[in-house]
Design a protein around this ligand. Sequence first.
Ligand SMILES: [Zn+2]
Length: 382
Amino acid sequence: MTNDLRELVDIPTGPGAPEGIARTRDWFAQRLVKLGARVELFQGDQRPAWLGADAADPAPATLLARGPVKPTRRVLLAGHLDTVHPVTSAFRTFSIHGDRALGPGVVDMKGGLVLGLHALEVLTQLGAAPAWGFVLNGDEETGSFCSDHALRQIAGQFDVGLALEPAMANGGLVTHRPGSGQFLIEVRGRAAHVGRDFASGVSAVNALATCITRVAALADAPRGIIASVGPISGGHATNVVPDLARAWGNIRFPTPQIGQELAAKLQDLASPEAPDTTLAQGHAHIRVEVILNRPAKPLTPSTQALAALAQSVAADVGLTLPLGTTGGVCDGNNLQAAGLACIDTLGVMGGGLHTTDEWADLATLSARGTLLAIVMLRASAT
Ligand SMILES: [Zn+2]
């Protein structure tokens, strides 16, 4: 497992490395085909253009490898090939320091991908593999806009979902997560010379500032409702009344209903009329885009049962698996929203996620692989 992890971490798959994602996808396809899998590629959808810089990145394809047909419940392993570490980062190679492996994506989530692969290889060697699938996308860290359709389509073909995100710091399992959405507020005003013609200008920046205070007021952190604004941009010179201003932001919400309510409140900021009409009335024109790309993942009875099953396996292999939650979101959100019961922190233990101190605990690698393999087996039988 350590050798595979080294090989995978040394292939950059962060922003600016689409060829690394493709190469890693092929690497997994080759290994999984040896287990008798059929592989299928789902072309990536384009990200919404209004999301900004991300829109320029290519849309990576999603791989589904499907194991031989078996008369069991069908277990889907889910993982992402991408990391957050840009290809230009100085943090780019795998290294070992005592029990720790360091490197970009070593815990989030190349370690998890290695566990998934080895669990399938061992179960196949033992002749014990249930019906399985392994889905690998390449844009989880940027919101799974390109792979969401594929994930939803694939979710319907399986009975149990196990996502290979890193374990919580205490080894624990996340059973429920908030949903998350992205938004853009784009304001068009009328430019004017600040000194000569101030009164005829309509400031896009002033109108955006009003919108921002209204968005900030939507947040209610104790209820799990988050509304964060940033980045923002507006104007280009101090002596021009700014005619364009934009703010992007992120909302998080505990239930699908609250997500819809937040989206509606954001849409309420938008001007009801066309830009020309609004400006003729002396007001800036406000356009709002919202996408709820991560549905909330509430605790359901089937997820709860799956978590209990994982806890009993953990006890059998000498691990503890406390249950918890996090403000983070992942593909488990999308899979569960598509109807697949799903637990999503069955990857490796470690820390420093999304930092240049990212590490994985090599001492627990084999126990976590054993845990995953037996969870797969038992979940396929219940
Ligand atoms: Zn991850």
